[in-house]
Design a protein around this ligand. Structure first.
Ligand SMILES: Nc1ncnc2c1ncn2[C@@H]1O[C@H](COP(=O)(O)OP(=O)(O)OP(=O)(O)O)[C@@H](O)[C@H]1O
Ligand SMILES: [Mg+2]
Length: 297
């Protein structure tokens, strides 16, 4: 359908207004964490893929890291296994680890790759095993109960944290104009697979790539206060207070921790934004105000 003259001028305005942002992020690496909870409907999935392709075509360097919590829970339910979480981390026995690897490295990863490619991009899917990308170590969680003398150590199975990242495979791919799409599975010194929270992987990858921004898409408007209102900016001290009084809990705990670590580790900015909004990534990148919660060190 042809645009009338006024509408066409409007389109031209929008395009020229994006120029300063294009200049600002041109050649810069932007790590985008795509949450399982923000991947629930087809329309949003294709608009996310379009955003990534657009970023690439205007000269940005997007790197996608994804989660897949709901998809893992669905498959576990189908085989009759309950999902259990401790501090936002999935308790992962060896059977659950097999499911995590199949769902994240197979189903979810290839769906995102396919969506990006259908929009005209050229994505390549990886787990942390490919190219020896993510080295993991077992994560231990400790709880300090009021009547415990020593902290209780909780074993959550094959759950890992990032020990180190070998970024060469990412650089090889981005150098060849591919878009890396990374599933958060790491490999331990013994060759064992580890399920790593995708936020933690995204934060570390942003650090080692010296990314301009870390953008964490999720299923809320950002970090919310006790009344449910959006907090647009947070520093380390405010974050600690919100954790201490229980306002930040569950899946938001690793998210906020990795955002803080990333900015302390040299990433220029970290944002937690609403992945349920169409083109959320573009709104964040192409407006001064941005959306969601900005985390400062
Ligand atoms: N203060 C808070 N503000 C906003 N959300 C919070 C807060 N505290 C806890 N949450 C929870 O954190 C959730 C987001 O984390 P969650 O791990 O569930 O999703 P995700 O990280 O986007 O997806 P995935 O884990 O699959 O990658 C929200 O849906 C909300 O329930
Ligand atoms: Mg999560």
């Amino acid at each position: 359908m042809a645009l009338d003259a006024q509408a066409a001028t409007q389109v031209a305005h929008v395009l020229t207004e994006s120029l300063p942002y294009i200049r600002r992020f041109s050649g810069k690496t932007l790590v985008v964490k795509y949450g399982g909870n923000a991947m629930e409907n087809e329309h949003l999935k294709s608009s996310f893929a379009r955003d990534i392709v657009l970023m690439k075509l205007v000269g940005f360097n997007p790197v996608v890291v994804h989660g897949g919590g709901p998809q893992i829970s669905q498959l576990l339910k189908r085989i009759g296994k309950e999902s259990r979480f401790v501090d936002g981390m999935r308790v992962t026995d060896s059977e659950t680890m097999d499911v995590v690897e199949m769902v994240l490295g197979g189903l979810v990863n290839k769906e995102i790759v396919n969506n990006i490619n259908r929009q005209g991009g050229c994505a390549v899917g990886l787990t942390g095993k490919d190219g020896d990308l993510i080295h993991a170590r077992k994560l231990t969680i400790t709880h300090q109960g009021p009547d415990l003398k020593v902290p209780e150590i909780i074993d959550i199975g094959h759950v890992g944290e990032v020990a180190s990242i070998d970024k060469s495979i990412i650089e090889t791919l981005t150098g060849g104009n591919f878009i890396p799409v990374i599933a958060p599975i790491g490999v331990g010194p013994d060759g064992q697979s580890y399920n790593i929270n995708a936020d933690l992987v995204a934060g570390k990858i942003a650090e080692v790539l010296r990314a301009e921004k870390l953008i964490l898409l999720t299923d809320t408007t950002g970090v919310l206060d006790q009344q449910g209102a959006l907090l647009t900016g947070l520093d380390a001290r405010q974050v600690q207070a919100l954790i201490d009084n229980g306002t930040i809990h569950g899946g938001m705990l690793p998210k906020i921790a990795c955002a803080l670590d990333a900015v302390r580790g040299g990433v220029k900015a970290a944002h937690i934004i609403d992945g349920r909004i169409e083109h959320a990534v573009l709104v964040e990148l192409f407006t001064d105000a941005g959306i969601g919660t900005k985390i400062q060190g």
